[in-house]
Design a protein around this ligand. Structure first.
Ligand SMILES: [Mg+2]
Ligand SMILES: [Zn+2]
Length: 191
């Protein structure tokens, strides 16, 4: 599946691509926003790598297994394919310092806003983070953008509307937009 891309759009999952439902523990609970497939197809056609980057601490907490997360992503891939869209890679962090699964209960390099998941895309696709974008509904997604030198877009879906009013330590997004399709439009104007 891998190819070479100059730029990537790193997309948070919960609250950004799909509805925020708390800990998502069954593929049946996956619900795209009405604009999700269009928004991702537009990015595909613009020649950007589309990379999902998600903190899934529910694995470290013992709420569900990696196999469940993989099934969720499989379901998403099928739904996207039916609409002519594609996520090029599904990366997630299964860790959390306070987890209950011993081998996953640790400080890691891949839990956003740490840069580990972005670095995987650099290795796999050759993308340049400084010419890439991060889209998410939490300030930690914008924090990831700051960490890797990408542009950071906060969406108002999911936790975004609540997050908008309380940026940590004067953090600023490059754009705050209503949703993922608005983020895609902004990105196309700024590549
Ligand atoms: Mg989120
Ligand atoms: Zn991790």
């Amino acid at each position: 599946m891998s190819g070479r891309f100059e730029r990537a759009v790193f997309l948070d999952r919960d609250g950004t691509i799909i509805e925020e439902v708390g800990y998502l523990d069954r593929p049946e609970r996956v619900e795209f926003f009405p604009w999700t497939i269009d928004a991702i197809r537009v990015l595909n056609r613009a020649g950007l790598a589309v990379v999902l980057v998600s903190n899934q601490s529910g694995i470290a907490r013992g709420f569900f297994t990696e196999a469940v997360v993989d099934k969720v992503h499989q379901k998403m891939a099928e739904m996207l394919a039916a609409g002519g869209a594609r996520i090029d890679a599904y990366y997630y962090c299964p860790h959390h310092p306070e987890g209950s699964v011993p081998e996953l209960a640790k400080v890691c390099e891949c839990r956003k806003p740490a840069r580990g998941l972005v670095d995987r895309a650099v290795t796999e696709f050759g993308v340049d983070p400084a010419r890439s974008f991060v889209v998410g509904d939490r300030w930690l997604d914008i924090g990831l953008a700051r960490t890797v030198g990408a542009k950071g877009l906060l969406v108002r879906t999911g936790y975004g509307e609540r997050e908008e009013g309380k940026p940590p330590n004067g953090m600023k997004a490059d754009a705050i937009v209503d949703n993922l399709i608005a983020a895609s439009s902004w990105i196309l104007k700024n590549v």
